[in-house]
Design a protein around this ligand. Structure first.
Ligand SMILES: CCc1ccc([C@H](C)CC(=O)N[C@@H]2O[C@H](CO)[C@@H](O)[C@H](O)[C@H]2O)cc1
Length: 877
């Protein structure tokens, strides 16, 4: 049997039989050689699915019987990527399937490439959720993911004339063999309408239909679940309207309903504030909570106080935090609980993870928008806010502040009785005061302007409902504050980030509820991100460590330290890296047409394009390197360390500057790659349509990866962990998880540069204004862009201006001040690359020190310190 109890004793012949049977069922021919890759993929996937679903049903049944506590991971994004290879390997069937497919003359690589990516996410947050599901299952933790089954995932990125072009991600056309439709699991989701006596009557309703996606663990028979919701109309088709010839109306309800789960919002750090986005968030949250409460009620009736013992919900950033109000509504309006009982249960059931401190990424929904779409929830949020602020008044700490505020408020002249207009009580009054006019001048508020109550003023900073600083009188619901107040635990995703949120965005909340705040440093699954995407390196590691236990216990990777100086091992290690570079170069040739040599240093920056991630800093150093090569004599040129610079990542479709960064990268590439003076000393390529399966080829073939965000802006980063696991060295700032990678791998082994986070604020608050000490190399590089060395000078003008002249408020992410130290670090990279033994030694130490960054460690911490969920391995039958 495979390592997880999935029977293969039937031996390869029966496996061969089942594959052939499925090929015939799905394919369009009885002769395998006549089938195209898609047919073969579907056939093989079907045969794998059979085994997966069998194990899935066994697991879910067992957990239902055991009535165990579950963790439910609520996320608007799950960036799953492709499933065939991961599923076959996690089920321990890699060997048998490899054998049989070889026999059938099918190349696994071609098969894998025939699968569509499930790109139901933007970037870090969505991929983290996917890694977490793999670890939850592998650790035998009863847990489900809950999300949205977007019809169109993350847009496909094409390069048109060097510019980003977005194409719809039509991923479901050939069906999805990895999902199980659940037509019998549906819930009604209401929108709009009115509330009368706390009773909500929605004006519109849609149906949420479930699709289960089994999640196989590795070396266990546990198969977890990802339940995704599709939106469908309550009424399929309005025949009456059709018969009246109103064809649009006939399908109007259908269109409106399907819009809800139609497409993923492609912005990954800037809220859009579109009502449809809030509809999406409420849609999947309500369906998920109704689903869990229905299963609980079925088992425990109305024993709701028991719910926190049976269910914990982790809210993946603010996108699902309407759950705080929805759980209250379901418990109070549908299950008849009182407010306090419902609130106690809600707070015990919910937990919240923050993934960014970028102000523009923190969702604040206008009260008017929530009030219209979800009137009952707005009532509940209002009451939560009031009770929360009232509770603060009892708090010592706050009381002190309130008193201080009251004391510091300017002394009030004795309160002149404001006589309502025309109400003259005594002649004298009439005489002395013009009706309504107080004495002593303006203290009194203008007509209609509320007197600011010092208590309220002191409590304002704790308020969930806040004033829109940009639009007077417009009230906003701060979703992060709602999550913090409504949760039992709040965590950041890396040590520095968890400190920053306590000192900044959640400072006041941390002051009064320090017990809630935790850190959970991110992790990535070593199955997909090392064992399966880098099989040659995995085999060498298994050989060196005497077994593959490291795949489920990544701390064992530290056993590689003793091989770091071993020349034979280094040679094997380097040979594998070279083979992976050749595989990467071949894929780049296939996808971009650019032919790359494989001897130069492969320098990679792959992540969403964002000004805080500073792809711009990378490009400026490339421009300077190009300038140096051009200015060098042939002799000097021979001393240059050849480098291939690869940059990849999508820009949110409305993110103007990010799109210019992409065009600058392609423009620099066009100039440098076609310049005979440079030839192979420098190549610059933008990798189009960066996504999960691209990363699985790029990361094993990388030697240097860049994580160069302005310190204090990248919450954690997770690609840094994947690169470290695959022995790729890091140039980076002391930001996010780079800091912990330096602790685990040895800071001396990273190329660290740049100002620390604590200095950034200083720059922001003052230094920026008068700083003129630009590095002349920076100015040269910037002028190359301004002067059109890379063409399109008009187009790049505002991009160049955005980091020029800091005293004008430009360069918010401090590209110029960090430039000198960045070039220093890059020079160290060139120098070290000449010493391949030392480079390889460090590369081995990266992998050896990457065990801490397994998502298994992260999930164990969540399970023990927040969820209180215990492993429930399914007894082997
Ligand atoms: C409202 C639009 C929106 C969409 C997505 C987001 C995400 C929070 C952005 C994101 O993906 N953050 C990344 O999360 C990773 C996983 O924790 C971290 O490693 C990254 O540092 C962080 O940028 C914010 C705002």
């Amino acid at each position: 049997p495979g390592s997880n109890g999935v029977a293969t004793s039937e031996g390869d012949s029966k496996l061969k039989e089942s594959i052939l049977q499925n090929l015939l069922n799905t394919g369009s021919s009885t002769h395998i050689e006549a089938l195209d890759a898609k047919d073969v993929y579907r056939g093989v996937a079907q045969s794998v699915r059979e085994k997966l679903v069998a194990a899935f049903n066994r697991t879910q049944e067992y957990w239902r019987e055991e009535d165990t506590k579950f963790i439910y991971y609520l996320s608007a994004e799950f960036l799953m990527g492709r499933s065939l290879l991961n599923t076959v390997q996690n089920l321990g069937l890699g060997g048998p399937y490899g054998e049989v497919l070889k026999e059938l003359g099918v190349k696994m690589e071609a098969l894998v490439d025939a699968e569509q990516n499930a790109a139901l996410g933007n970037g870090g947050l969505g991929r983290l959720a996917a890694c977490f599901l793999d670890s939850i299952a592998t650790l035998d933790l009863p847990g489900w993911g809950y999300g949205i089954r977007y019809k169109y995932g993350m847009f496909k990125q094409a390069l048109k004339g060097g510019y980003q072009d977005e194409l719809p991600d039509i991923w479901l056309t050939n069906g999805n063999p990895w999902e199980i439709a659940r037509p019998n699991i549906t819930y009604r989701i209401g929108f709009y309408g009115t509330v009368d006596q706390f009773q909500w009557s929605p004006a519109e309703e849609v149906i949420a239909k479930a699709y289960d996606n089994p999640i196989p663990g590795f070396q266990t028979s546990t198969v977890g679940n990802l339940r995704l919701w599709e939106a469908l109309p309550l009424h399929e088709f309005d025949l009456a309207a059709f018969n009246k010839g109103d064809y649009v109306q006939a399908v109007e309800e259908r269109r409106k309903a399907e819009d809800i789960s139609a497409v993923l919002y492609p912005n990954d750090a800037t809220e859009y504030g579109k009502e449809l986005r809030l509809k999406q968030q409420y849609f999947f949250v309500s369906a998920s909570l109704q689903d869990v409460l229905a299963r609980f009620r079925e088992r425990h009736g109305a024993n709701w106080p028991l719910l926190p013992e049976k269910a914990c919900f982790q809210m993946n950033d603010t996108h699902p935090t309407i759950a705080v109000a929805e759980l209250m509504r379901l418990l109070i309006d549908c299950e008849g609980l009182g407010w306090d009982a419902a609130w106690a249960i809600t707070q015990k059931c919910l937990a919240f993870t923050n993934h960014t401190v970028m102000p523009e990424a923190l969702e604040k929904w206008p009260v008017a928008v929530i009030g219209k779409l979800l009137p009952r929830h707005m009532e509940i949020i209002d009451k939560i806010d009031t009770i929360w602020k009232d509770s603060l008044k009892e708090q010592e700490k706050v009381l002190g502040q309130v008193e201080a505020a009251a004391k510091s408020a300017p002394p009030k002249p004795p309160k002149a009785e404001i006589k309502p207009k025309g109400a003259v009580e005594s002649l004298t009054d009439a005489l002395t005061f013009k009706a309504g006019e107080p004495s002593g001048g303006k203290e009194e508020p203008e007509e209609g302007e509320e007197e600011e109550d010092p208590v309220e003023a002191a409590l304002a900073k704790y308020s969930i409902i806040t004033e829109n600083p940009w639009e007077k009188g417009v009230k906003l619901v701060n979703m992060a504050y709602l999550a913090v107040v409504g949760s039992k635990a709040v965590n950041g995703v890396a040590a520095i980030h968890s400190e920053i949120i306590k000192d900044t965005i959640f400072k006041d909340f941390y002051d009064v509820m320090p017990h809630k705040f935790q850190n959970k440093t991110n992790g990535v699954t070593p199955r997909r991100w090392l064992a399966w995407c880098n099989p040659a390196l995995a085999a060498l590691i298994t050989e060196a460590l005497g077994g593959d236990e490291w795949i489920n216990d990544a701390t064992r990777l530290s056993g590689l330290r003793k091989f770091a100086d071993d020349k034979d091992f280094q040679a094997k290690w380097r040979a594998i890296k070279l083979a992976n570079k050749e595989r990467l170069a071949a894929k780049i040739k296939e996808r971009t047409g650019v032919t790359l040599p494989t001897t130069p240093l492969y320098d990679i920056q792959i992540k969403r394009i964002h000004e805080y991630k500073r792809q711009y800093l990378n490009l400026l150093s490339v421009a300077w390197r190009y300038h140096q090569i051009k200015a060098a004599t042939p002799l000097e040129r021979s001393k240059f360390v050849p480098r291939v610079v690869l940059i990849g990542g999508k820009a949110a479709s409305a993110y103007y500057m990010a799109k210019k960064i992409i065009r600058l990268t392609t423009a620099i590439g066009e100039t440098v790659n076609s310049d005979p003076d440079v030839s192979d000393l420098l190549k610059v390529v933008f990798l189009p349509d960066y996504n999960v399966d691209w990363a699985e080829v790029i990361i094993p073939g990388s030697e240097l990866s860049q994580h160069i965000s302005t310190a204090g802006t990248e919450a954690s980063g997770t690609s840094n962990m994947k690169f470290a696991m695959n022995g790729c060295l890091i140039i980076g700032t002391m930001d996010g998880a780079n800091i912990e990678i330096a602790e685990e791998v040895g800071k001396e082994n990273l190329f660290v540069f740049g100002m620390p986070a604590e200095d950034v604020q200083g720059w922001r608050d003052g230094k920026r204004a008068e700083w003129k000490d630009y590095d002349p190399r920076f100015t040269t590089a910037l002028n190359m862009i301004k002067d059109g060395v890379f063409g399109d000078k008009e187009y790049f003008q505002d991009l160049a201006d955005s980091i020029s002249d800091m005293s004008k408020g430009n360069d918010w992410f401090l590209v110029a001040p960090d430039f000198t130290d960045y070039l220093r670090a890059q020079a160290e990279v060139d120098k070290l690359y000449l010493d391949q033994d030392e480079w390889t030694r460090r590369s081995i130490l990266y992998t050896a020190g990457s065990g801490f960054f397994s998502s298994d460690r992260t999930i164990k911490q969540y399970a023990d310190e927040i969820w209180d969920v215990k492993p429930m391995p399914v007894p082997s039958s």
